[in-house]
Ligand binder design. Structure first.
Ligand code: FAD
Length: 380
């Protein structure tokens, strides 16, 4: 059976890898003219590492990134709020979260696929789906048809727009910046992800190799703002000036051109991810806010379950139904918890922030463990 994937992001590439493992032929059609090394860093949590192990890629990812033990959250004075393990044990094997440059992760995925798998410069405009197959139309007035289509075209999915009338974006109230810094971290900071919470602002950082540190920052702000590029570092130094070291040093040692700004949205939950011979995966189906660092990992989980179901079902409709049945509940939990964490970090009143920090300090470890198990375990 042959299929089409629209979008060569984390979800599209990992789905192509999963399909190939199951001897299903797919081509990916990607809007960008070339797959350039974009983006800052990314966390690849244990659930994604378990699946990447099944694709034979876990070792490459570990070797190219930094394995981290924990996520530690501090208040704006540098006092610890919480420390959560960033690893998970399954069947006697321990899987750590890996912090890695996004472009390195993308190269690992691309290198494991035949070079003609991804066709670039193909921006999907709309699709026409039927029970026997789907036709995908591109902005260059060409089209392709296959037995099934996987819409992996991200938050602003054209495939979703074409097939489902629902699927509204929810603005979280936060703008985010991400960047890569050449700062030299002391030993205190190199084994984990560190995050500082203030009033309506947050800053996180983690090493991704011997010389680079990935950082992200959020601020409660209206959507649609733009930065004055020349002044971006001064702006950020000012916004996060009350935070403890090494944050100002991390910002200072960043090349301004690597700083990416995004409005943080998720997708208001949609009831169905498929129609006839078209299915959505990853952010196109269930984008979450990035507060749990799980969006890419959920797309990778999708890839495994979808390929397994397509390979073992009598029809693509059966496969899509089983895929959604297996994935829906976990994805909704991730979307909801991530949304709630975002709300907690949006508080601007200092007294309310103190109460928030105290409440988070009191979360019993069994609850944190339960949440980790929900996210990191792979029950399929
Ligand atoms: C600030 C931030 C930090 C994050 N941190 C993490 C993290 O640490 N860990 C984690 O797991 N997740 C993280 N995420 C989430 C993660 O980036 C996404 O969930 C993940 O990239 C989704 O993958 P995807 O393939 O579904 O979509 P995308 O990565 O968005 O890929 C979509 C692809 O489709 C292409 N495309 C779009 N429209 C079309 C079209 N019309 N025709 C053809 N192609 C098209 C795009 O060019 C792109 O290549 C973070 C997100 C943000 C915003």
């Amino acid at each position: 059976m042959n299929g089409i994937i629209v979008g060569a992001g984390i979800g599209g590439l990992s789905t192509a890898i999963a399909m190939r493992k199951r001897h299903i032929d797919v081509k990916i059609y990607e809007a960008a003219n070339r797959l350039s090394p974009v983006g800052a860093g990314i966390l690849v949590p244990p659930n994604a590492m378990i699946i990447l192990g099944r694709y034979g890629l876990a070792e490459n990812v570990r070797d190219a990134g930094v394995c981290i033990d924990s996520l530690t959250v501090f208040d704006s004075k540098g006092k610890k709020i919480s420390k959560t393990p960033a690893y998970f044990s399954k069947n006697g094997t321990e899987y750590k979260t890996v912090a890695i440059h996004r472009s390195v992760l993308q190269s690992i995925f691309l290198d494991s696929l035949p070079s003609d798998t991804v066709i670039t410069g193909k921006k999907c405009s709309h699709v026409n789906t039927g029970l026997d197959g789907t036709e995908v139309f591109f902005e260059d007035d060409t089209s392709v048809s296959e037995k099934f289509l996987v819409g992996a075209d991200g938050l602003h999915s054209k495939v979703r727009e074409s097939i489902f009338s629902n699927g509204k974006l929810r603005y979280s109230g936060q703008v985010s910046w991400r960047g890569m810094s050449n700062v030299k971290l002391t030993s205190k900071w190199i084994t984990g992800l560190s995050e500082v919470w203030g009033a309506g602002i947050r800053f996180g950082f983690v090493p991704v190799d011997d010389s680079q540190v990935y950082w992200y920052a959020t601020k409660l702000e209206e959507a649609g703002g733009v930065d004055e590029n020349a002044a971006i570092k001064e702006t950020l130094l000012d916004v996060y000036s009350e935070f403890p070291e090494p944050i100002s040093e991390v910002i200072s040692q960043t090349d301004s051109s690597s700083i990416i700004r995004d409005d943080i949205n998720d997708l208001s939950p949609i009831k169905s991810w498929f129609s006839k011979s078209t299915v959505l995966i990853g952010d196109a189906a269930h984008a979450s806010t990035p507060n749990l660092g799980q969006g890419g990992a959920q797309a990778i989980e999708d890839s495994w379950v979808l390929a397994e179901k397509i390979a073992n079902s009598n029809s693509v409709q059966d496969a899509f139904e089983q895929f959604q049945a297996l994935r829906f509940s976990k994805v909704q939990k991730v979307v909801n918890i991530s949304w709630q964490i975002g709300k907690a970090t949006n508080l601007t009143n200092k007294a309310a922030c103190k109460i928030r920090d105290t409440l988070f300090r009191c979360v019993p470890s069994f609850m944190a463990k339960q949440q980790s198990r929900m996210m990191y375990d792979i029950p399929y």
